[in-house]
Design a protein around this ligand. Structure first.
Ligand code: BTN
Length: 260
């Protein structure tokens, strides 16, 4: 028996297909494998109750146990009406959407976006987003993987995960209806993507309002190189702006090594 009300998810969102499995290694991995079938059914969702080998950014993995909300949204680029230059902002637009959906369950000001794709509550990570671009039959496709620690407790998680992550249950002591949260997240992503197409400046302003790193001292790792500086925001290309010793610089990629 699924945790999710699959009929309701179809009814209350603009999805054309929901691919549900009780247990999966990775929703992003299955989405990529099923692309030949899914690409004619976009927007499609790959959803599971329990993900056993979640993928994170780079070579990272994503630890989750049952009660987390883990899914991948499969979108065809041609359906999005998005200028190619705005594509790198899709992950950040998803972040704004997920942040807003989570913020409705918690004190809103405690929920922030950490560039490039994490959602933190009181500076602990509750959500990671992994956006992968691929193609199938010469069609460009985006697989947006979202993992939110909701009703799962991280008490049993490996120490290195517990150090930097938490769950909504661990914060509030309450459990939440995962179907309702998923429907809210999917509809918020829909709104955010429309904003990115039609009102990019408003979306960028909201992103900067909710950006954890703005005004903070940040250390960014790009390959072997460490850059340090005060963060002055996220620009219209989705780049992180740091005022470094050698002047202002915009970083399109990188990993936040530290912030204070
Ligand atoms: C990160 O923080 O590095 C990104 C984590 C992304 C995790 C989600 S969970 C659903 C989807 N399937 C995966 O294998 N990964 C993403």
């Amino acid at each position: 028996m699924s945790t999710f009300d699959l009929n309701r998810i179809q009814r209350e969102t603009c999805l054309r297909h929901v691919e549900y499995h009780g247990t999966l290694d990775s929703t992003n991995k299955l989405a990529a494998e099923l692309l030949p079938n899914l690409q004619s059914l976009c927007p499609a969702l790959v959803l599971t109750d329990t993900q056993t080998a979640g993928r994170g950014r780079g070579s990272n993995s994503w630890w989750a146990n049952t009660g987390a909300l883990t899914f991948s949204l499969v979108l065809k680029l041609e359906q999005l009406n998005l200028a190619p230059a705005r594509l790198p902002l899709m992950s950040l637009a998803t972040g704004v959407a997920v942040r807003n959906a989570i913020a409705s369950l918690l004190p809103a000001d405690s929920v922030m976006i950490k560039w490039p794709n994490d959602i933190l509550v009181n500076e602990s990570k509750v959500c990671g987003i992994l956006t992968e671009q691929t193609s199938c039959d010469s069609q460009s496709v985006l697989i947006i993987g979202v993992g939110i620690n909701v009703n799962n407790s991280l008490q049993g998680a490996p120490a290195e995960v517990r150090q930097r992550a938490t769950s909504i249950y661990d914060i509030t002591g309450h459990s939440y209806d995962l179907t309702t949260l998923l429907v809210n997240v999917l509809n918020a992503i829909d709104v955010s993507v429309r904003d990115l197409c039609m009102r990019p400046h408003e979306l960028l302003a909201e992103l900067n309002r909710r950006s954890l790193l703005n005004g903070r001292a940040v250390t960014l790792q790009v390959g072997e190189l460490m850059s340090r500086g005060a963060c002055s925001g996220i620009d219209e290309n989705g780049a992180l702006l740091l005022d470094t010793g050698s002047g202002p610089q915009a970083f399109v990629v990188g990993t936040i090594a530290d912030w204070s």
